[in-house]
Design a protein around this ligand. Sequence first.
Ligand SMILES: *Cc1c(COP(=O)(O)O)cnc(C)c1O
Length: 390
Amino acid sequence: MQPRDLSDHVAYEAGRGIEEVARELGRDPDEFIKLASNENPHGPSPAAAVALRDAASSVSSYPKSTHTDLTDAIADRWTVDPAQVWLANGGDGALDYLSRAVLEPDDTVLVPSPGFAYYGMSARYHHGDVREYALERAADFAQTPEAVLEAYDGDRIVYLTSPHNPSGSTISLEAIEQIAEETDDETLVVVDEAYGEFADVDSAVSLIEGRDGFEARDDIAILRTFSKAYGLAGVRLGYAVVPDALADAYARVNTPFAASELACRAGLAAIDDDEHVERTVETARNSRAYMRDHIDSHVWESEGNFALVAVGDASAVAEEMQARGVIVRDCTSFGLPGCIRITCGTDEETERAVETVNAVLADLEIEVDAELATDGGGVPAATDSEVPDA
Ligand SMILES: *Cc1c(COP(=O)(O)O)cnc(C)c1O
C-alpha cells in the first residue's frame, strides 16, 4: 500500500519548541525563551483561559450552539452576515476550506515567495498546483500590484499576506482592489490578515462589503486567526470572511464541527477581551521598534508581531542563539537563508533577544565575513540602504 504521489508535497516546518530544544541539548527548559512562532508573549486572553476551564465539563456534547454563537459574534464584529463567516480549525483550516470550495484538479494558486508555506500545501492537498510571485528583498519585500500581476496567469487563487510573514510588509486596500480588478472574475484573492490586529492598515473586509469608498466585490476573501493577537494558538481557531456569493459553499466543504467546543468557548471570551489584545499589540509595537533601534544589522520595518533580521548565515546564527537560550526562526525554509525572524516578546525577552543576536553576530564575525567574500551575501554593515541578497 502506498499513498498517492506526494513527491511535490513538503512537510510544514514549525518553529522549534522549548521542550524539544532543551531535551536535544540536554539542558533545563527554564534556560530558554522561544521567539520562533509568533506566539503571544502574554499568553492567552485571561478571559479565554477561564472560559476553557469552565467549558471542560461540557465537552461531551458536539459544539452546535457555541459554533453558532461564535459565528454570530464574529459576524457582529465585522458587520457581515453570519453565513459569510467560515469558522475553522485555525486559520490553516480556513485555507483548506477555501481550497476545497474553489479548486478543481490542476487549478493553480499564486503565492508570495518568500511566504507562508501552508498556502501551497493546502493547494496540493486539493490537487492544485502552485505558482509564485517574488517579493524582492532589495525592495524591502514591497507588495505592489505589479509584482503580483506580472506573475499572474489566470490562477484560481491569489494569496496576499498583510502583514506579510516573514517580512512584516503590508499591502494597501487600493492595491488589493487593483489586483482583484485586473485578475479574472473567477480568481479569488485571499487576503491573509493573520497579523491584522498588529498593523496600522484597515481590514480588506471593506472591499468585500463595499465600505469606506470601495465598491463591493465578490472575488475577495479574508483570513483571520485567534492564534496570534488573542494568544490562542493551541486551541486552533481561525476563520475566513467570504463574499455572499461563496457563503453557501461552507456547508458543503467544512469538516463537521469545524471548531471544537473548547475553541468556540475560548473564542467567545477572547473576542470581547479588548484589553488583552490592546496590551499585546502595544508590546509588539515596542518590541519591533526596539529591535530596529538596537540590533546591529538590518531589521526590516514590520507591522506584525515579529521582525526579520539580516544575519548572513541564518542557520549558524539561529543555532548559536539557540545554544545561548534564545530560540528564533531560521528563515531558510521561507527561502531566505540570510535571515532570521524574531517574534516580539515581552520587554525582557526582547532585550535578551537583542543582546543575544548582537553578541552572536559579533562572535561569528569571521564566518560571516568569509561568506561575504564567497557569494556577496552576508551581514550588511548597519546601514539600511545596503541590503545584500539572501
Ligand atoms: C500564523 C499564520 C496563519 C494561521 O495560523 P493558525 O494558527 O492556523 O490560525 C496564517 N497565515 C499566516 C501568514 C500565519 O503566520
